[in-house]
Design a protein around this ligand. Sequence first.
Ligand code: UGA
Length: 436
Amino acid sequence: MKIAMVGSGYVGLVSGACFADFGHDVVCIDKDQSKIDRLHDGIMPIYEPGLDALVESNFKAGRLSFTTSLSEGIKGASAIFIAVGTPSRRGDGHADLSFVYAVAAEVGEHLSNNAVIVTKSTVPVGTGDEVERIIKDSGTTRTFSVVSNPEFLREGAAIRDFKRPDRIVIGAEDDFGRDIMHEVYRPLFLNESPILFTERRTSELIKYAANAFLATKITFINEMADLCEKVGADIQDVSRGIGMDNRIGSKFLHAGPGYGGSCFPKDTLALLKTAEDYDSPTRIVEAVVKTNDSRKRAMGRKVLDALGGAEKARGKKAGLLGLTFKPNTDDMRDSPAIAIAQTLTDAGVIVSAYDPEGMDIAKPIMPDVAMCDDPYSAIEGVDVVAIVTEWDAFRALDMKRLKELVAAPVLVDLRNIYNPEDMRAAGFTYASIGRN
Ligand code: UGA
């Protein structure tokens, strides 16, 4: 089957490469000529483990190609995926759907065979109806169906998530749409991945509800961690203790500096807007958004506390290990590191940092932070070391060397990757999240 993927960003490229790997004939389309040129040269626009090899092998096998021409790319495709960005609209937090609608109009104009048009971009409830209207208005004479098929890919684990999904959700309104989507995902049925067919609006809401629920779970455990610090309990054990209950589940109960990234912050805000538009308030999600926002600066204050408080911090030095919103990505969007670094520099602290993948993107976002070549140069001479992102490279630091390099052996571990007793035994003043 021929598949066209409009938008060769994170979701489009990962999905396109994986579909090609299943044996489909995939064309990835993007308006950005330089991105398409680089893809032809095997250079990925994003950092995602395993993606370059997957793209290369399928490109060489002739199953994956790239073009800037939508009219050419969609020719003969039975499924045309829309995987363009839906950023938060400036000012009001609504998802900006202008890219999605522009693609719909262009698809309508150039549709030369019967096809299913699939929104993979995260779009608010009702977007599929509008996409359908736009394509109809283009005057096409072809049979088409608009389907919703949200993605549940985690950055850093996207290929695995695509190939071994917990479930595939497809919102279709007719048999034509359902049948083609069945063909598209047939290789996954063979792997026994569960597939849920719903109505289109339901599928659109499932995506937002899933992300909002996960954001809620994280925020809940973060608040429990704060309480643990007050009452003298241990959040790791609390997480384990509640996670063993199958009804709760153990995943996404890791306390930390607050969620970031390109999805949870944007999607929770967009869900609030939808709820407001339909006069159906989602107060829990409102609280989650507020709590998570304020947590990021609170994490900066936690590092200041380790320096003896904001008054004593001016002129002192802090070394940040990790800047991206999570490991195995170069994504800095809404990363807690941004608010943490800002809080520190606002208080007059001199900040240095190291991140394995995120520094090029981080540099312009945090111009006052000195970027270093490795973890040890980032912490040389500092009064406090803060672990902000749990990259594997920070899990087994040479503590003896670290202690010799720092001005004061103070470690704030915002991801709980070290054991408090070990750190104290190694002579560190150690603070973490929700533990003693
Ligand atoms: C998230 C969802 O997990 C995916 O299912 C979804 O497809 C994707 O958004 C999307 O909508 O595109 P992602 O943003 O890549 O994926 O990252 P996550 O692994 O979910 O982490 C999000 C944030 O939560 C990170 O800042 C992470 O550090 C934080 N987190 C996660 C915690 O603080 N604790 C946890 O236990 C888990």
